[in-house]
Write a protein that binds this ligand. Structure first.
Ligand code: NAD
Length: 274
């Protein structure tokens, strides 16, 4: 019960990494506020999480004994985020951990000069500005209580470039910069900020994630059999599972990492070690 008595907010919790992390936090005794847009977004060329997927995540967490609040909110909408955080404080009294996980992989798949203004904006607004926006709503609470852990889910694309993914790579490199700068802003008041950089994560059936198949589609790869293509670039010959990311997030959320801030933790099977 490493998170007993702690309240955790997870963005992008309807499916995928967000669901796996929420479940791991629930198993360790956390109370949860689960947030997702639960609907499609103009300019994002694939379906995002749904209301029923968010309810399913919540149900799985409740089965572990967690108290769970859900909120449908777009990470681009400050008023909706504030309402969700206010609701969390009303219900649980505090916020100890924020997992900034909501993100999109596309529009992508073209060289940088062919990306339109709208495509660039939507990517940066969700993947980078969304994490800043959510942090700016939650951080004052953490600073007032002089404790807290913010975990930003970046990517190996925050450390190296990927062809035809300039917007995504820029957003995730920016998220690492945001992580380091806010870690220094908040360190004197014992609020920690760290980044996780997962490699290619399997679209696990149980978690219902679908980002890797969308990356394959953006790259023009056949979606059937895309896993094998990604495995070939993995030093450990395996894709990352959502639970691998959840294990690292759990450590960063817990007091076991109390001296860790401003760090960038890869969960990539050695991909960026080369
Ligand atoms: N899947 C991978 O291979 C991979 C690799 C590295 C990093 N990541 C990162 O992990 C995080 C989770 O990815 P995933 O694989 O679970 O993807 P996913 O598409 O399966 O899940 C993302 C969730 O975020 C939600 N979301 C998207 N935009 C939102 C918005 N504007 N407001 C609120 N919620 C929003 C979606 O509805 C969805 O439920 C992302 O930040 C992603 O960039 C994924």
């Amino acid at each position: 019960m490493r998170l007993q008595g702690k309240t955790v907010i997870v963005t992008g919790a309807a499916r995928g990494v967000g669901r796996a992390c929420a479940l791991a936090f629930a198993r360790e005794g956390a109370d949860l506020a689960l947030l997702d847009v639960c609907g499609d977004i103009d300019g994002v060329p694939y379906p995002l999480g749904t209301t029923s997927q968010l309810a399913h995540t919540a149900g799985l967490c409740r089965e572990q004994g967690a108290a769970v609040l859900t909120a449908e909110a777009d990470i681009r909408d400050r008023d909706a985020l504030r309402a969700a955080v206010d609701g969390t404080v009303e219900r649980f009294g505090r916020v100890d951990v924020l997992l900034n996980n909501a993100g999109i992989a596309a529009p992508s798949g073209r060289p940088a000069h062919e990306v339109t203004e709208d495509e660039w904006q939507v990517m940066i607004d969700i993947n980078l500005t969304g994490a800043w926006r959510m942090t700016s709503v939650v951080a004052p609470l953490m600073l007032a209580q002089r404790s807290g852990s913010v975990i930003n889910v970046a990517s190996t694309a925050g450390l190296v470039g990927y062809r035809n993914f300039a917007g995504y790579a820029a957003s995730k490199h920016g998220l690492i910069g945001l992580t380091k700068a806010t870690a220094l802003d908040y360190a004197p008041l014992k609020v920690r900020v760290n980044a996780l950089c997962p490699g290619s994560i399997r679209d696990d059936g149980g978690a219902e994630g679908r980002m890797l198949s969308e990356i394959a589609r953006s790259l023009g790869l056949p979606v059937a059999g895309h896993e094998e293509t990604f495995v070939q670039s993995q030093p450990m010959n395996a894709l990352i599972e959502p639970e691998d990311v959840a294990g690292a997030a759990l450590w960063l959320a817990s007091d076991e990492s109390r001296q860790v801030t401003g760090s960038v933790l890869t969960v990539d099977g050695g991909f960026t070690a080369r």
